[in-house]
Design a protein around this ligand. Structure first.
Ligand SMILES: NC(=O)c1ccc[n+]([C@@H]2O[C@H](COP(=O)([O-])OP(=O)(O)OC[C@H]3O[C@@H](n4cnc5c(N)ncnc54)[C@H](OP(=O)(O)O)[C@@H]3O)[C@@H](O)[C@H]2O)c1
Length: 241
């Protein structure tokens, strides 16, 4: 099985690449800075590195890179500098790339699982529990402030809404939006999954990037996990010891 990883040089994306390789998947990674990958990863026989700026790839090239892939995992995220946060060129990095990947599935000949690294700041409007948990004035005010002041937040919301509203009934494509809240470093440990938000933004739960990667790999590899979580936005939290 071949998996295409986007954002593989990022803090979570690298865990995804490493864990997929450890599970003997063939991995294709589209990265703009391959020198950021550790040497053992670069030399791994299971990894194909495609050096390109994903936003500059023409649709035909994207279709070519997706050929033979059974899953695409996006761990793209905005750079923390002025250009990454406010720059027009990458304003819709996450959502535009996701849209293009989904469009490209029409031209590849096998069903594709699309897995998005989303965020616990996303409230699923048709999930009553999500709406209830986010109903306080303080949280609504904070989310409004983030929408106004932080363009990458809007991009992540746009990507999640794209999955929720625009893929129903599209042949050959299934999706899952994984929602960690507060990302931390750390090893793979036990973790919990929930269908709906369980805590306020002000008491956000922690998740290690390694655990997010582990769950994404399970979604790709384990049919029962995929059946349970496809077309959903699972929340993932490190289990309390
Ligand atoms: N921080 C949190 O607590 C938190 C919580 C929930 C969700 N999230 C979301 O999770 C996602 C991943 O987080 P992370 O911390 O793993 O991200 P990260 O370490 O910042 O990695 C981001 C990845 O996106 C790539 N990228 C950035 N700008 C790009 C561009 N213009 N063109 C092509 N590639 C580009 C980076 O490539 P380069 O290496 O080349 O720069 C890198 O591979 C983000 O969307 C974030 O919003 C974060």
């Amino acid at each position: 099985m071949v998996v295409l990883v986007l954002g593989g040089t990022g803090k979570t994306g690298l865990h995804v690449v490493q864990q997929l390789l450890a599970r003997d998947f063939q991995v294709r990674a589209i990265v703009r800075s391959p020198d950021k990958l550790p040497t053992d990863v670069v030399k791994h026989a299971g990894l194909t590195i495609i050096t390109a700026k994903i936003l500059d790839l023409i649709d035909e090239a994207l279709v070519e890179h997706m050929a033979g892939c059974t899953a695409v995992i996006s761990c793209l995220g905005h750079e923390g500098n002025f250009q990454g946060i406010c720059g027009k060129a990458s304003q819709f990095l996450v959502s535009d790339v996701l849209r293009r990947v989904c469009r490209a599935t029409r031209d590849v000949k096998q069903p594709v699982k699309v897995i998005l690294m989303s965020t616990g700041l996303y409230t699923k409007p048709d999930n009553a529990e999500d709406v209830r948990v986010r109903s306080t004035c303080g949280q609504r005010a904070l989310l409004g402030l983030l929408s106004t002041c932080l363009p990458p937040h809007n991009d992540n919301m746009r990507a999640a809404e794209f999955l929720r509203t625009e893929l129903e009934g599209i042949q050959g494509i299934e999706w899952c939006g994984v929602r960690p809240e507060l990302l931390v470093d750390g090893e793979v440990t036990k973790y919990e999954l929930h269908e709906s938000l369980v805590c306020s933004i002000f008491s956000a739960g922690q998740t290690s990037r390694a655990n997010v990667a582990h769950f994404m790999c399970e979604l790709v590899q384990n049919p029962a996990t995929w059946q349970k979580w496809k077309a959903k936005f699972p929340l993932i939290y490190n289990a309390t010891p």
